[in-house]
Structure formats: structure tokens, C-alpha cells
Write a protein that binds this ligand. Structure first.
Ligand SMILES: [Zn+2]
Ligand SMILES: [Zn+2]
Length: 352
């Protein structure tokens, strides 16, 4: 069960296309860039396949708004979005001569799952993987351990299968074999995707920035790019203020980051005994009592994101229990940590 800590979209609505960027003034938007976010595929990447744009149904749904509807899309915006999305999809349809597409109606939102495999990834302009592609670990025998060459080869094979114009990869704590490698030496070999390592990339005027770090945890053996508090804060301070789409592996603290503790997972009886001894009371972060779970997200990152950077979109993974989308202070947050039933999130970024 997912915790009801935040207003998280129900899973069946997570296929909807969220609108971000200049959505409140859709008339001034000149282009829509569709961003597809996946994360934490952990060696299941071979089960993800490209969804051919018109092989399934195009669902006729309203774009879903969540916490703050006006920040996502208003009524006027919804109509404009419907028209532009319709035009866009019809253009794709005529390019591929799929007559089944032209059945009328307003095409507002997503690719309905009923006609596609549950592991299909929708088409789009930019495909972003926010880390933990591998099960790589510093503890041999616990997880499959790949060397650098193997993981690069697997990533090239994976990204090459997808039709998106741009693919972006940011490493996670399971990418131990990328730790210590310079950006250029990885990028030279990773020919199928843009590797963001404390670096940025601009596409259609949208500024993307990616960094791989997660806060250090004693109970993990996958310690690639894990950092203690002070050094992680220094990395976040390097993120340019002018970032539209921020990609990290870790969530910010208190946002889609509630994880099951190691003892609750491995030794549930011991965990309940500990919790009986601890003082009872709501969590100081979210105000909820959640024994056996704690917030894994980074406090320093939260501050930087909500106060200084304020990107339109912050993409991450790492905490598998909190796959979802939420908004706060005008920032849309997406945790796409892999689950078979909800493997991707789709955003239409309005560029003016
Ligand atoms: Zn809490
Ligand atoms: Zn991770």
C-alpha cells in the first residue's frame, strides 16, 4: 500500500499527460516538448518496449490536475491544450497513415493501457532515465555486478530501441561502475544518450540539469554516488538557478520519499519492537505517524529546489514505494521509480 501522505495521483491516472511550462498562457506557447520519465529499471530494462504511437487507443480524457489545478492547467488552457494535442497527434497519424486514428473527438490525453502492454513506454521528444539502470553494487554476490563496459553496452542497446529524439541518463547509487569516471569518458562510450553528470543540456530552449548523488545510508550496499551531508550540499549549490527540468536520483526530503526501513523490511518483528519503545507522535516532516518508514530524500536538495532553483519539473526515483507525481510551490515533482504497473510519467512542456 502506498502511504496517503501526499496527494498522489491514483495509479490509473498516472498515464495522463501532465502539462507544465508556460501552460497558463498557452496562446504564447510555440511548441510542446513531450518528456517521458522512467527510473530505477534495475535490470528490468529489457521488459520495457517502445509503444508505437498509434497502435493502441488514444484515450479521450481530460488532462489531470492535482494539488493546484491553476498551476497545471486552467479551463482555457485545457481547451488550447486539447486543440494543440489533437493537431499534434493527427499530424503523427497522417504521417503513419493509420486511418483508425481519425475517428473524431478531442484528443486530450494519454495512451490508454488497455491496448498496450503494461511495460510500454510512450513515444515523445525526450526520454529521461533518472538512475539505477543496473543492480550494480559494491558487495559482490548480493546483486549482479557489471563492469563499466557491460553497463555501457546494455544502456546503448536499451536507448537505441526508443524513437525519442533525445535520451538523457543520470546515474543512481546502483551505477557504482560509473563512479569516478569523468563525464567525457562516459559520454564517449554512451553513444545513445546524453549523460548528465553535474552538467546541463538544452533542448528547444528547455534547460535540463542532472546530478547523480543520494544521501549516504549505512544500510545499503549500493553506494555509487552516495555522499555525506556537507559534500552533497555543495553539489546541489552548483545547480544553475536557471534550470527548467532538474533530474536527480534522490527525491528531495519529504516529497515522494517515504521508504520502508531496512529493519521493517528484513526483520519486521524487531522493527515493531523498536517502534513500541520509541515515543509516539507524528513525524516532524509530514505530520503523519508512519512506523517502519522514513524519509530518504535529501534535506539540502529540498531547500535548493523549493527556495532557489524552482524548476518547472523535478524528476527522480530511488524510493520505489513512492512512485507518483505531486506539486509544491509551483514545482511538479515526479518519482518514476520502476513498478510494473506504473512505469512512466509523461509531461508536455509548453515552450514559449
Ligand atoms: Zn513523515
Ligand atoms: Zn537508488
Amino acid at each position: 500500500m502506498r502511504p496517503e501522505i501526499e496527494k498522489i495521483l491514483p495509479s490509473e491516472m498516472n498515464d495522463d499527460v501532465m502539462s507544465i511550462g508556460n501552460v497558463n498562457c498557452p496562446n504564447s506557447a510555440t511548441k510542446i516538448v513531450r518528456i517521458v520519465h522512467i527510473s530505477d529499471t534495475h535490470h528490468a530494462h529489457n521488459t520495457l518496449t517502445p509503444l508505437r504511437p498509434l497502435s493502441g487507443n488514444i484515450a479521450i480524457l481530460r488532462s489531470t490536475s492535482i494539488d493546484s489545478p491553476n498551476q497545471i492547467i486552467d479551463e482555457t488552457g485545457a481547451d488550447a491544450f486539447a486543440r494543440s494535442a489533437s493537431a499534434r497527434l493527427q499530424m503523427q497519424a497522417s504521417e503513419s497513415n493509420d486511418s483508425s486514428f481519425h475517428k473524431g473527438g478531442t484528443f486530450l490525453s494519454s495512451f490508454r493501457r488497455s491496448h498496450s502492454s503494461s511495460t510500454s513506454v510512450p513515444p515523445g521528444d525526450v526520454l529521461i532515465h533518472s538512475g539505477d539502470f543496473a543492480w550494480n553494487s559494491k558487495a559482490p554476490g548480493l546483486f549482479r555486478s557489471e563492469n563499466f563496459e557491460e553497463i555501457i553496452q546494455a544502456m546503448n542497446d536499451f536507448f537505441d530501441r526508443f524513437p525519442h529524439k533525445v535520451k538523457i541518463f543520470v546515474a543512481g547509487n546502483h551505477e557504482a561502475s560509473l563512479e569516478g569516471k569523468k563525464l567525457l569518458s562516459v559520454q564517449e562510450r554512451l553513444t545513445s544518450a546524453v549523460y548528465l553528470y553535474n552538467s546541463s543540456y538544452t533542448y528547444e530552449g528547455i534547460h535540463f540539469y542532472g546530478a547523480p548523488y543520494t544521501p549516504f545510508r549505512l544500510t545499503t550496499n549500493a553506494t555509487g554516488f552516495q555522499r555525506h551531508s556537507r559534500s552533497i550540499a555543495a553539489h546541489w549549490r552548483e545547480i544553475p538557478s536557471r534550470t527548467d527540468v532538474l533530474i536527480t536520483h534522490t527525491p528531495p526530503h519529504g516529497i515522494l520519499d517515504l521508504a520502508t526501513d531496512f529493519t521493517a523490511r528484513k526483520v519486521p518483528k524487531l522493527s515493531s519492537a523498536i517502534h513500541r519503545l520509541l515515543p509516539k507522535g507524528p513525524c516532524s516532516t509530514c505530520g503523519i505517524i508512519h512506523p517502519g518508514r522514513s524519509h530518504w530524500g535529501c534535506r539540502h536538495l529540498r531547500e535548493e529546489v523549493l527556495i532557489r532553483i524552482k524548476p518547472k519539473l523535478h524528476l527522480f526515483g530511488h524510493v520505489h514505494e513512492c512512485n507518483g507525481i505531486t506539486t509544491k510551490n509551483g514545482v511538479t515533482f515526479s518519482n518514476a521509480a520502476y513498478k510494473l504497473s506504473k512505469q512512466h510519467h509523461v509531461f508536455d512542456y509548453y515552450v514559449s
